[in-house]
Design a protein around this ligand. Structure first.
Ligand code: GBH
Length: 487
């Protein structure tokens, strides 16, 4: 791993924003405390412990609902500029609608925001990190376009109560990931099996909802609050598995399906879904004997309304894969509509997560692809990180961060990409969804058998603090030396 460390001597620009990220369900716990309503992850983990690697839930998690000051203490120690966290919709609006506003929920986020600001840390708020109020799932969840109305109401509550102090907003975290909860059973809540149909309907509502909230901010709040509204999209880098024209076309098509699905309607100059997606899903739908495409359509007016609804591009990136021609996946399905076969290079270092291989150069290629495809928008890297089993001596995490950040620096300085910030995933070890507590991403270790859930710095957190302080990557041998000293 040492050989991939620090291939350059560039610095991070002085106004580059550094931070760490978390999400409500993964850290807060207090799932039914002080009036919080039930959400789809509460329901899934309680009904289907057999779907979770260790059978556990986020009922208590890192108990950040009670220990948020410990989180801020860790952030302060890291010296971050910004903290990205998400609001639990059900904690603020227990029914999902604005008929009931839960005062203690508002108070919790007010306290957190004030504690951050008192410590010189800017809050960045994700409105939706996968935890839909269960009552809204009971009327169909994201495939029901009506949810866009509820989401707009919820966003108005957030702007109204927190917008005086919060200047960075993300409407959604990773629609590609959470819409799979309406496509495959064991991917994400609510775990509905409607592949190739429910997932596309979910995506359609999400795009409408995002644009509604962007325009709401523009019309009502922007002038006074002067913040920025974006969306976080996740993408692996799709590398052609060989030099053939077919593999290159396939790898590009994979990019259009996984990132273009949500990015093209918002960030491209023409708007709407990528044409390759519209064509393939339409053609497959006709072959299946349907009367219309499984991918819903936007009107001209809707395309215009969604196109350009961003102040910045939030990007979550962890890893890469190889793609080439072939078919894979159930019929019909998103994955089958792509029409590709996926693999990894056996030489890529592993992590504790099967999907996460260490491929730093893929990060640079992805950033360049985004800059080229979407006219170089300001990109905020809202997640990037490495999983292990929670070791305090986490040299592999340090190597991951330094090697990925090195590629990010090349993207800025050599490729001209407009990367404006970076929040590491994650501040603390937390609940890794269907993987339970078996895969750890924290810069801080959390002892889950201790009821006081202490936050303890890992080696990587010290290196990260140095990077943030110096705006520079450590010299190549830094990691080894600091490890020897610590020993
Ligand atoms: C992010 O998702 C999430 O935003 C965050 O909450 C999470 O904790 C973090 O990453 C770490 O996972 O097992 O082959 O079916 C990252 C994108 C998409 C990666 C779904 C894992 C499952 C692949 N994720 N993917 S597989």
């Amino acid at each position: 791993l040492q050989s991939v460390l620090c291939g350059n001597n560039y610095s991070f620009p002085p106004d580059f924003l550094f931070g760490a990220a978390t999400a409500a369900y993964q850290i807060e716990g207090a799932w039914n405390v002080d009036g919080k309503g039930e959400n789809i992850w509460d329901r899934l983990t309680h009904d289907h412990p057999d779907w979770i690697a260790d059978g556990l839930s986020g009922d208590v998690a890192a108990d950040s609902y009670h220990l948020y000051k410990e989180d801020v203490r860790a952030l302060k120690e890291l010296g971050v500029n910004v903290y990205r966290f998400s609001v639990s919709w059900s904690r603020v609006l227990p029914t999902g609608g604005i008929d009931t506003v839960n005062k203690p929920g508002l108070a919790y986020y007010n306290n957190l925001i004030n504690e951050l600001l008192a410590n010189g840390i800017e809050p960045m708020v994700t409105m939706y990190h996968w935890d839909l109020p269960q009552p809204l799932q009971d009327i169909g969840g994201w495939p029901n376009l009506e949810i866009a109305n509820y989401f707009e109401d919820y966003a108005r509550v957030l702007f109204t109560h927190f917008g005086d102090r919060v200047k960075w907003w993300l409407t959604f975290n990773e629609p590609l990931s959470f819409c799979s909860g309406y496509g495959e059973q064991r991917q994400s809540a609510p775990g509905i099996d409607a592949h190739g149909i429910g997932d596309y309907l979910c995506g359609h509502t999400v795009l409408h909802s995002h644009a509604r909230v962007y325009h709401l901010y523009d019309k009502v709040f922007r002038k006074k609050q002067r913040g920025r509204v974006g969306i976080t999209l996740d993408s692996m880098w799709s590398q052609p598995r060989d030099g053939s024209q077919e593999s290159r076309e396939t790898a590009e098509r994979v990019m259009q399906f996984q990132l273009g699905w949500f990015a093209h309607p918002i960030f491209s100059s023409g708007g709407d879904y990528p044409s390759v997606m519209k064509e393939r899903i339409y053609n497959n739908s006709m072959k299946e004997g349907r009367t219309r495409s499984r991918l819903p359509t936007f009107s001209k007016k809707q395309i215009k309304y969604i196109q350009g609804s961003f102040d910045f591009f939030g990007l979550n990136h962890y890893s890469s894969f190889l793609a080439g021609p072939g078919t894979f996946g159930e019929f019909p399905s998103f994955i089958r509509d792509i029409g590709a076969q996926f693999s990894v290079d056996p030489s890529w270092p592993s992590s504790a997560s099967i999907w996460l291989k260490v491929v730093p150069w893929g990060f640079r290629k992805l950033l360049a692809w985004i800059a080229h495809e979407y006219n170089n928008p300001p990109v905020f890297v809202t997640e990037n990180g490495f999983s292990d089993h929670g070791e305090l001596r986490d040299a592999n995490r340090t190597t991951y961060y330094t090697s990925y950040l090195s590629e990010l620096l090349k993207a800025i300085h050599e490729d001209g990409c407009k990367v404006i910030g970076y929040t590491a995933w994650s501040l603390i070890d937390n609940y890794e969804w269907l993987r339970g507590y078996t895969e750890k991403f924290g810069l801080y270790y959390v002892n889950y058998s201790d009821p006081t859930r202490p936050r303890i710095p890992k080696d990587s957190s010290r290196v990260m603090a140095e990077i943030i302080r110096t705006r520079h990557l450590p010299p190549q041998n830094y990691v080894e030396e600091s490890r020897l000293e610590a020993d």
